[in-house]
Design a protein around this ligand. Structure first.
Ligand code: ADP
Length: 162
């Protein structure tokens, strides 16, 4: 049984993430998608909100479970007996950072390997940051995120601007 972990900020989850989740869930027996509570970033959505969003978009994929964690991915991996860390690669700009992370994690948690899934071409340009920028200025984000996530993003900006 191979248990994979897909860690990330997911602030918010996009069709790019969902594409990676669907493909990884087909490759491994079970997949945990985990929201990283990273103190260094100031997220738009709380960890609980991001977990709820992921639960809503993954509800029909039976072998996917949503979690969250603070601290090192390698510690989560060791504690939970994870075999594989999944990361998505969009462009060469992702590569250097991701390679460094994968090598560091391999030193810290030698039993786990990192597997990269290259993005589907239609989502290669997509990032949570872009989605937030477009939404902030009231642009159309319907091609980037599912309908319920779109509503939550606009609701959040409305609340912030009140
Ligand atoms: P982080 O803050 O850890 O980079 P993100 O939530 O931005 O977290 O992304 C999590 C993972 O998903 C990363 O491996 C990232 O490269 C990947 N990812 C993000 N957007 C896409 C996309 N459009 N297509 C494929 N992979 C993506």
């Amino acid at each position: 049984m191979a248990h994979a972990l897909y860690p990330g900020s997911f602030d918010p989850v996009t069709y790019g993430h969902i594409d990676v989740i669907q493909r990884a869930s087909a490759l491994f027996d079970s997949l945990t998608v985990a929201v990283l509570n990273n103190g260094a970033k100031s997220p738009l959505f709380s960890v609980d909100e991001r977990v709820n969003m992921l639960n809503s978009v993954c509800k029909d994929i039976p072998n996917v479970k949503i979690d969250s964690f603070s601290g090192l991915t390698a510690d989560y991996v060791t504690k939970n007996g994870i075999d594989v860390i999944i990361r998505g690669l969009r462009a060469v700009t992702d590569f250097e950072y991701e390679l460094q992370m994968a090598q560091t994690n391999r030193k810290l948690a030698p039993k786990a390997d990192t597997v990269f899934l290259t993005t589907s071409l239609e989502y290669a340009y997509l990032s949570s940051t872009t989605v937030k920028e477009v939404a902030y200025f009231g642009g159309d984000i319907s091609k980037f995120v599912p309908k319920n996530i779109e509503e939550l993003i606009f609701k959040k900006y409305k609340k912030i601007n009140e």
